[in-house]
Structures are given as C-alpha cells and as structure tokens.
Design a protein around this ligand. Structure first.
Ligand SMILES: [Zn+2]
Length: 261
C-alpha cells in the first residue's frame, strides 16, 4: 500500500512520536496553546514528515487574555513549517458558558489567518442534545467568507457541513466515523465531494475501531481511511490518493509528498 498523510494529530502528547509515524508520509501536528504550539514547531523542525498548526483550542479560548499568549503564537506564524491556524472553534460539551470567549478567540484566528494567508482548523463539539456550538460555527464561518479552513473531526451536523462546503471549506473525518453508533457520520462521509474530503486521527484521542478507548497513534489513520472508502464504494488506495492530494493542496505541503512510490 502507498504511504498516507495524517491531516490532524497531537504529537506533543505522544511519547516516541517518531515511531508513531511509522509508514506515514507526513502528519500535521496541532499545538493547542502557545507552549504546545512552540513544541509542535519544534517537532516539525526535528522531522521532515511533520508540519505544524498553531492556535488556542476552544476549551482554552480564555487564554486569549493572558499576556504574551497571542504574541507568542503570532511569532510562530512565520515559521516555514507552520501550515495552519488552529484548532480554534466552538465547544459546549464540557462547559457552555465559554461561547463568548470562543467567539473572541475565533476572531483572532480568522484575522491572523487572513494576514498570514493560512487556512483555519475548526473544532466543533456540541453538548449532547444541543447544537449551540455548531450554530455558533455556522455564524462564524458565514461572517468570514474570506477565510478557508477544515471542519476537523466532522461532527455530522448537516447545516454546518453544508455551510462549510458552500464557503469552499474541507471536511475531515476522524476515528469516530468507525464507531458502530456513528452511521450518520458514515452516511455523510459517503456524499462529501471528492475534492473536499480529508482523514485524520486526532491522535492520541479518538482511536478507531478496533482500538476504541485506547490511546491513538497516527498510523491508525489507515483504519479510518478504510471505513470511509467502504462507505464511498472505492478502494482504500483510491481514497488515499484523493485524501493525500487534498491534504497537500489544503495545507500547501510539498508536492513531493505525493511522489512517493
Ligand atoms: Zn485535535
């Protein structure tokens, strides 16, 4: 099988990150606050396969007010291997009082994305039985038609996905698309336009089946790829060609990544 790109993981949270990339062509590691973002950039410097996204995770949105935090992130944006801003976004799963802070943090990311000509990585997680975070995301995307990005770890909210696709965004599926209960996600993965689809692990989180509940690793992106390929009626290697090409184009990764045997 050809080599594969993991479009979203957190290598700073994985021991032995080099061996976790075995068999992969490349991985985009996401640093979720200024200190972790600096670490992500450091890992990218150490390994040709690694590229970095830097930003404030929505559950850390209140760090926007910490002195020096955005200045430290801003300083990383001119690093050559920084390929995106984020993950930013909206998360009411644990605490639904943070939407205002998350809106402010999104605005900072969107503004920096325009200034640095970088795409956004968007995280969206709703409190069970509500869709406040998805609705806040729809409003935020619609208010910034000049910004493009990826819905990372697609949550299956159809209104959000349609808004994102209309605005030229990408949609990325993580290991939860393999879970038995996630038939709605698989149905959605079947109709996303071919040129908008990406796959990821979000490692060390969200291990795909049959490793659900265990720490995840970037090489397991293949298991997610296989399930998405099956729902779309294509082979895993056909889909891999598609998602690798999309990931390289979206993040502006070196074309040479696509030329491996
Ligand atoms: Zn993530």
């Amino acid at each position: 099988m050809r080599l594969v790109i993991d479009s979203h993981c957190h290598l700073d949270r994985i021991e032995e990150f080099k061996s976790s990339l075995e068999g992969l062509t490349a991985a985009v590691t996401v640093g979720t606050d200024a200190a972790r973002a600096a670490k992500a950039v450091e890992l990218a410097r150490q390994d040709d396969r690694v590229f970095a996204a830097v930003g404030l995770h929505p559950t850390d949105a209140d760090r926007l007010g910490i002195e020096g935090e955005t200045a430290a992130l801003e300083a990383l944006l001119s690093e050559p291997k920084v390929v995106a801003l984020g993950e930013t976004g909206f998360d009411t799963h644990w605490d639904d009082t943070q939407l205002a802070a998350q809106r402010d943090a999104f605005e900072w990311h969107a503004d920096a994305a325009v200034r640095h000509a970088l795409p956004l990585v968007l995280h969206v997680r709703d409190r069970q039985g509500t869709d406040d975070a998805s609705q806040a995301s729809i409003d935020a995307l619609a208010a910034h038609p000049d910004v493009r990005g990826v819905l990372h770890c697609c949550n299956g909210h159809e209104g959000l996905v349609r808004t994102a696709l209309d605005l030229g965004w990408m949609v990325s599926f993580a290991g939860n698309v393999t879970y038995k209960s996630a038939s709605n996600l698989r149905d959605m993965a079947a109709w996303i336009p071919e040129d908008r689809l990406m796959v990821e692990t979000d490692a060390p989180f969200l291990s795909p089946e049959p490793y659900r509940g265990k720490p995840n690793t970037p090489s397991r992106v293949r298991l997610t790829l296989a399930v998405v390929a099956e729902t779309r009626g294509v082979t895993a290697s056909e889909l891999e060609r598609t998602t690798d090409r999309n990931t390289v184009r979206f993040y502006g990764l070196p074309q040479s990544l696509l030329e491996r045997p």
